[in-house]
Write a new protein. Sequence first.
Length: 326
Amino acid sequence: MNTPTRLLVVMDPIDRIKYQKDTTLALLLAAHAHGHELHYAEMHDLRLRDGVAEARTRPLAVRADPHDWYTLGAGTLSALGAFDVVLMRKDPPFDTEYIYASYILERAELAGALVVNRPRGLRDMNEKVYTAWFPQCCAPTLVTRDMAEMAAFAAMHGTIVCKPLHGMGGRSIFVLAPGDKNSAVVFETLTGYGERFALVQKYLPEIAVSGDARVLLVDGEALPWVLARIPAAHDNRGNLAAGARGVARELSERERWLAGEIGPALRAAGMLFVGLDVIGGFVTEINVTSPTGARELQAQFGIDAGDLLLQAIGRRLDRRPRARAP
């Protein structure tokens, strides 16, 4: 990627991000440092007209200033295929609207843009369910609508974790100890009385001490440092958004092995920036939508995940034919 690249980011409102923690901003600052031309859109700006993916986009300038980190220019209607790169960084929930957006982004991909992460992968790799493709890497896990099956799973494994399939940031995650009288209502709430799939996993007690480790993969390769998110004393959740404390440390041999098991499949699917959640040596989630943790790693170890991602994007652009949409 020797020439400046036109890069469009699709994200949540930039004025509402947390400057010190936002990984999307870290990626944009890296792109700015590489001299790339930045543009901005939100989900409501996307549209599909006669098969052509378009968006109301605005020129974007970013800077490392915690009080004034962006400037947006005037909006214009643009064909997404006219951009070299479209960076999809909209946070979950992964709902029907997100799926519709992925179809629009896939049309942009077919028109010549490199979409990161790839739209088909975003649809195929639900962050909770995709762990099923790597059972050798995971703790016992059950995805079901059946509340009786959930209760049987709990009886077999003792303390369990219960999650919806579409959430993020620790939302609606429950930890149930044996004999917990709230178990039935939790199962009812998560499954909508058997109308929705939900996930239950064996509870991994290592989270309380060593945390929920975020292993970032760039083009299938793990960064040499991870962010261990230690739950607050009053909480079970290893999510920064839920008050967990982020502590950077070196990648363990077990985490290196996990990345080696999963990374090649991600690379082959065009998933250039992914986060593995690892507790006690087991993968609990594979975050493909908008993985975070880059700012904390940069602050504590000086590693720039954004720069590494830009290099990976450059390699992809350098070896692919370009076919621009009109």
